[in-house]
Design a binder for this molecule. Structure first.
Ligand code: MRU
Length: 346
């Protein structure tokens, strides 16, 4: 699946599949402005680290188009402020700020470009980023498949699939890679409270592909592992620090602790640009806190008594020592990650 993030030339707009509505409804969400893109990122019309990076790249193009239409005398400052707003939409996944920084880098390489030319250059770059993301996921799938055995049941947390990338997926890319090699495997998708990316999105994707999937409540993980029902865990990542500490959806850390307790190998699958050498350890990763309503309500129904505070941290950090290997498009990194990551960036 690759049509969930699509630039339409006819409409000069970014068309997104609205992930808030899945699996009940498959409806599009059209972004024509920076405001639309920032809204889509914040409320999670589109989510998943690489997918928000690709969306941000197209968002920069839309920012240039809007600025061109207004032709302000200080267009550079106006455009730069719009890029800052896109970059600030969500703090944890490094792919979002990476994409905006990449557009700024391309701008620096073309200092004399007028706004119209810059818009064209950015659109082409956004499309390249999108195409490259799919290729990276396929490569991760090939490398990661080596860790999955015929007959395995693989647990995953959140959605690190086609929907979370430009297509194919990171963690689900590894699962797809194993299936393409002819291995018969089953998947356990943790439901992933409160936004239910596992129950709603991972299960939807895998069912469409005919890959056997069972949804488990997040709090079933210990029981499932204790009963020997999980052979491998594969998850995605929003940011990997220089020492291998990995931020991913809230709950991932707990799964990793349990995996160690029960001797289940725990793999992270992520493209190299999810590794942020500027972030030294997991302590330096900003953790997004989201609207309490995601926890206090299920749909329109309040499930927490009015006035009771809730936590809604969107991510946690799994310490590097709990990670068996990090699968990238360049191959698998193994501990000690400080060294293998430094080698990679040499
Ligand atoms: O809040 P989300 O849905 O954007 O969080 C997504 C995740 O945590 C994914 O596991 C991560 O981005 C990897 S996606 C390939």
């Amino acid at each position: 699946m690759t049509d969930h993030i699509k630039y339409s030339r006819e409409r000069d707009a970014l068309l997104l599949l609205d992930q808030r509505l899945l699996p009940a409804r498959e409806e599009g969400f059209e972004c024509r402005s920076v405001e639309d893109v920032v809204f889509a990122l914040k409320v999670m019309v589109v989510r998943g680290a690489p997918a928000i990076g690709v969306t941000a790249a197209f968002g920069c193009y839309l920012a240039a188009r809007r600025t061109l239409a207004e032709t302000p005398a200080d267009w550079r400052a106006v455009l730069s402020a719009r890029l800052e707003r896109i970059e600030a939409a969500r703090p944890t996944a490094v792919n979002l700020s990476w994409a905006v920084r990449e557009m700024r880098r391309v701008w620096d390489l073309n200092p004399d470009a007028g706004l119209e030319d810059l818009a064209g250059i950015w659109l082409a770059r956004a499309m390249d980023i999108q195409a490259a993301d799919i290729e990276m996921c396929r490569a991760m799938g090939r490398f990661g498949a080596a860790f999955i055995d015929h007959g395995d049941t693989v647990m995953t947390h959140c959605n690190a699939g086609a929907l979370a990338t430009a297509g194919y997926g990171t963690a689900l890319g590894v699962i797809r890679g194993a299936v393409e090699e002819g291995k018969k495997i089953r998947v356990i998708a943790n439901e992933t409270r409160p936004f239910l990316q596992g129950a709603r999105l991972t299960a939807w994707e895998l069912k469409r592909d005919g890959i056997p999937v069972t949804v488990a409540c997040d709090n079933a993980c210990a029981l499932l592992m204790h009963r020997g029902l999980v052979q491998k865990v594969v998850v995605g990542a929003d940011r990997i620090a220089a020492n291998g500490d990995t931020a991913n959806k809230i709950g991932t850390f707990g799964v990793a602790v349990l995996a160690e307790r029960f001797g289940v190998p725990f793999y992270v699958a992520a493209p190299v640009y999810t590794i942020d050498p500027e972030t030294r350890t997991g302590r330096d990763i900003p953790i997004e806190e989201r609207d309490p309503r995601e926890v206090t309500h299920v749909g329109e129904t309040r499930v927490v008594p009015d006035g009771v505070p809730v936590f809604n941290f969107a991510f946690d950090v799994t310490p590097a020592e709990l990670i068996t290997a990090i699968v990238t498009e360049k191959g698998a990194l193994t501990p000690p990650y400080e060294r293998s990551i430094a080698e990679l960036f040499k």
